[in-house]
Design a protein around this ligand. Structure first.
Ligand SMILES: [Zn+2]
Length: 265
């Protein structure tokens, strides 16, 4: 399996990262894409990839929450970081998040659009975040559809109409442990099997979004990539297919889009 969204630069992983990676490998996770959420975190993500070159790759970008803090020359810095082609496989995570507006909507849009243009220029896939901002998010993306190698809507939690629009425009859809949540994941559970298997990717978004289906319940609230299997299991149930199909298709999609080498599954 490939975990396409892991925030391994988060301070909650500093102490025992080697163990986290060992557990992920034993749990059948063959590759992880470390999420870059700001210029600094993207730099850290690249250093991690250099420590585990056969196992980690990364994105580089500025999350909408961090848009207010983006420096005037952030695009130049991202461009330099992204030239590290062995590590950096996508631009992002970038997008819009109007849920709590940690950055102003104006700055979010400006910083998002600059990154879409960068992905287009560098011909790298976009790793996209969106919350409570679908219409404006899609308006920003629309002129660039077909102009970047791929668009991946990471941690998709939208409704059926939004899902259908993403799919109609050939996006890949990343599903997290949100789908394992018996309460807030209900709507996603009812529509997730509309995603064709050749558009599906899976991710933990660790340390966030710990699957609520883990048994026995873990002592720590911290999510980690070794729990990716719980996302695959829930998806297998919802699709009514065997789990190996979810694993194989999502891995193949991630491998192709992010140009990851290495062992199969
Ligand atoms: Zn996100």
């Amino acid at each position: 399996m490939i975990d396409i969204g892991v925030n391994l630069t988060n301070s909650r992983f500093t102490k025992d990262l080697a163990d986290v990676i060992t557990r992920a490998k034993s749990a059948g996770v063959n590759h992880c894409l470390v999420t870059g959420t700001s210029v600094e975190e993207s730099q850290k993500a690249i250093s991690l990839c250099q420590q585990y070159p056969d196992y980690l790759a990364s994105t580089c970008g500025v999350h909408p929450h961090d848009a207010d803090q983006a420096s005037d020359d952030f695009v130049e810095t991202l461009r330099e970081l992204a030239s590290n082609n062995d590590c950096v496989k996508a631009i992002g995570e970038c997008g819009l998040d109007f849920n709590r507006n940690f950055s102003t909507p104006e700055n979010q849009k400006r910083v998002f659009t600059a990154q879409i243009e960068l992905a287009c220029h560098l011909q790298k896939p976009l790793f996209l975040h969106q919350r409570d901002a679908f219409e404006e998010w899609f308006t920003c993306l629309k002129p660039f559809i077909g102009q970047v190698p791929a668009m991946v809507s990471h941690c998709f939690t939208g409704n059926q109409r939004e899902l259908e629009i993403c799919l109609a425009h050939d996006m890949y859809i990343g599903i997290t442990g949100w789908v394992c949540d018996e309460r807030r994941g209900k709507e996603l559970q009812s529509i997730v099997n509309l995603i064709p298997l050749d558009r599906l990717m899976i991710e933990t978004d660790a340390p966030y979004l710990t699957p609520r289906t883990i048994r026995p319940r873990p002592k720590s609230s911290r999510n980690e990539p070794s729990y990716l299997d719980y996302v695959a299991s829930t998806l297998a149930e919802l699709y009514g297919v065997e789990k190996h199909l979810i694993m194989e298709h999502s891995s193949e999609n991630a491998r192709q889009v992010f140009q990851l080498g290495g062992a199969h599954d």
